[in-house]
Design a protein around this ligand. Structure first.
Ligand code: PMT
Length: 221
């Protein structure tokens, strides 16, 4: 029998990269394919949830049965869309790889090769997850991701606390078959009570169900 433990739960998931434009032909981004976030959306739909997916630019197909879908490009657009859709959500999962910085100004025309000053001035983007964690309502459960290259647990723990999360999924993006673009992932889950659980290499589909199981477990207390 299919599991329906998320029946009628509103879940908002962000996925994919953001693009921060420098000029009309160039942007700052990252290699996120959207696979992890889309797999989570698929798993949540299978378990009965009403899923709102906010996605950066990706080339994969979106899961069938979404409640709501918005495609965004920049971190600012993702911020606006998430905030607009936030209040009815029971669970928020931020899988997206959001650019922390954007160019201060977008050049109106393509920057030419002979331009003398090649310095690019960057300014900070809003931290979407931090804003959600800080303002979360009693009924809301907030899950963050962290893409790390070193001191994995320590860095994950810092983000869990700073962003006031209920659960963080820490990605060791240096490992083979993990992190950006792969069909599998290797993560460590850390919950708000600092319980640490290592998840060995599994497909992103399987990991999605493990994350949902963990949410159920934590909510039961
Ligand atoms: O899309 P795939 O190719 O399947 O790859 C999956 C993944 C590697 C992108 C995913 O598993 C992952 O690790 N996502 C988080 C990537 C990331 O941006 O991590 P971070 O450590 O920079 O950010 C920490 C958390 O804060 C994330 O939940 C992020 O969504 C959030 N954030 C970050 C910056 C910002 N300005 N706003 C945010 O909300």
């Amino acid at each position: 029998l299919p599991q329906t433990d998320f029946k009628d739960k509103n879940i908002l998931i962000t996925a994919g990269p953001t693009r921060e434009w420098i000029d009309p032909v160039r942007y700052i981004s990252n290699p996120s394919s959207g696979k992890m976030g889309y797999a989570l959306a698929q798993a949540a739909i299978e378990r009965g949830a009403k899923v709102t997916l906010v996605s950066g630019p990706v080339t994969i197909d979106k899961p069938k049965g979404l409640y709501h879908f918005t495609s965004v490009e920049t971190a600012n657009e993702m911020y606006e869309t998430v905030m607009t859709n936030l209040s009815p959500q029971d669970i928020i999962i931020k899988t997206a790889a959001v650019s922390d910085y954007r160019p201060k100004d977008k050049f109106e025309n393509k920057v030419k090769k002979d331009k003398v000053n090649t310095n690019l001035e960057l300014i900070s983007n809003p931290d979407i997850l931090y804003t959600i964690g800080k303002n979360k309502k009693e009924h809301q459960f907030v899950v963050g991701f962290a893409a790390e290259t070193n001191n994995i647990i320590e860095e994950g723990m810092k983000k869990l606390i700073k962003k006031q999360l209920d659960l963080i999924v820490v990605n060791d993006i240096q490992s083979d078959d993990a992190g950006f673009q792969s069909d599998t992932n290797i993560v460590t889950l850390i919950d708000k009570n600092k319980n640490i659980r290592e998840v060995p290499k599994v497909t992103k589909a399987t990991l999605s169900h493990i994350i949902l199981d963990e949410i159920v477990k934590i909510q039961k207390g």
